[in-house]
Design a protein around this ligand. Structure first.
Ligand SMILES: [Zn+2]
Ligand SMILES: [Zn+2]
Length: 416
């Protein structure tokens, strides 16, 4: 029979890397609670329509990258390619807009995209992100951005760069798009086939094209920053001012776009140069028309999503605390019951304890204690049982002492 392997673009995570995941997940929970964000967990799959409306049917994600399937009742369902649309759907469906204050969420979990797998990019990948609803203040934009940058800093990820832009709003963007289309048409022959198709439908997305010729042409296109309405301009000025209060440096990037109608005003991206080429860690922006688009109230929203695999790659330096283990050994199978009970008492006290039920003799048990890298082996044999004590062997120094059982916990607190 052929060996069954994990599907392309997926991976197994286990020790020691899993310790980094626990570290990162714990850090996310602890950090975002300080800002009164509440965790939200939405289903892994949703009705496909949520994503075609919530991400945009014109996007590459929806057109090429979704894992869509029909269930046994003929419903079209999709494994979530991102989580913002789901969080908005959940808030509408559960009436959270009326019942929850403040409307600030964070999430973490797997997302799915049929993408070309490469280092740090998988078809099942983990994201964490935040969404803030019902607040259009520019200072909230700055706070969301600050939290993203500050969180990465707390993880000691270096060479972080924040790119910032405003993508305008339904008042100012249509006029800009006309100017942009005109400029793109003038250079149409230099653009790739994909970008030529984007000119009429969604010319902003030409800025996302990685083809050198397209990027070069796009470098000459007019930018949205020169066409913002007064409201968008003032909002953007205030965002930058608030970022300066928070000591968050940024790079103005007039070609950073979110190519969909419901993205409004602030757009940002954080990259790291730590692993050589600039590597996108997270991206986000304001989406003041998305909630209405998905059938909710006319309400502002802003958020970001971060790639956790990319962040894990940046945690090479992380020194995880060594896992200290106690090994309970028994001199003869007749003392196994005592050993089991000692292990139980120690675990109650919070110690990680290993007991080898297969240990035929002490020599084999000590070998196992070495293999699990136990710090101390606690030995129970006839002598110890009779005197209600335990022999404690330091596995590094090989020193051994006998301690009365009643003093063991106090001794371990001092020495373990
Ligand atoms: Zn505007
Ligand atoms: Zn192109």
């Amino acid at each position: 029979m052929n060996e069954i392997k994990a599907p392309k673009g997926t991976r197994d995570i286990f020790a020691p890397e899993i310790h980094k995941w626990h570290y990162l997940e714990n850090a996310i929970h602890a950090y975002y609670k300080k800002f009164l964000y509440q965790e939200i967990r939405t289903p892994i799959f949703e009705h496909s329509e949520l994503f075609s409306r919530g991400i945009g049917s014109e996007t590459e994600v929806v057109q090429k990258e979704m894992y869509t399937f029909t269930d046994k009742s003929d419903r079209s369902l999709t494994l979530r390619p991102e989580n913002t649309a789901s969080v908005v759907r959940a808030a509408i469906e559960n009436n959270l807009f009326e019942n929850l204050v403040p409307l600030r969420f964070y999430y973490l979990g797997p997302m799915f995209r049929y993408d070309k797998p490469q280092k740090g990019r998988y078809r099942q990948f983990q994201q964490f992100g935040v969404e803030v609803f019902a607040d259009d203040s520019p200072q909230v934009d700055a706070e969301v951005i600050f939290s993203a940058v500050d969180f990465l800093k707390k993880l000691e990820i270096e060479s972080v760069q924040l790119d910032l832009n405003s993508v305008g709003c339904p008042q100012c963007r249509p006029a800009y798009l006309e100017v942009l289309k005109k400029a793109a048409r003038a250079e149409e022959s230099k653009l790739c086939a994909d970008c030529r198709r984007k000119i009429d439908g969604n010319p902003l997305r030409i800025f996302d094209c990685k083809q050198p010729a397209c990027a070069e042409a796009a470098g000459r296109f007019p930018v949205i920053g020169d066409h913002l309405c007064a409201e968008c301009r003032e909002h953007f000025v205030a965002v930058r001012e608030a970022l300066s209060w928070m000591n968050v440096p940024f790079v103005l990037n007039p070609r950073l776009v979110r190519g969909l109608d419901y993205y409004t005003k602030t757009a940002f991206e954080v990259t790291s140069g730590q692993l050589g080429a600039q590597n996108a860690l997270l991206g986000g922006g304001r989406y003041n028309n998305l909630i209405k688009e998905l059938g909710g109230p006319d309400m502002a929203g802003i958020g970001f999503a971060a790639g956790m695999e990319r962040i894990i790659l940046h945690l090479e330096h992380l020194e995880l605390p060594g896992r200290k283990i106690l090994f309970v050994a028994y001199g003869d199978p007749q003392w196994l019951a005592h050993a089991v009970q000692l292990a139980e008492v120690l675990r109650e006290e919070g110690y990680p304890v290993y007991l080898d039920y297969q240990g035929k003799n002490l020599k084999k048990q000590f070998k196992k204690a070495d293999r699990v890298a136990a710090a101390f082996t606690l030995l129970l044999a006839e002598d110890e049982i009779r005197s209600s004590s335990v022999s404690v062997k330091n596995m590094a120094t090989q020193e051994q002492i006998k301690i009365p059982l009643k003093d063991l916990n106090a001794w371990l607190k001092e020495n373990f």
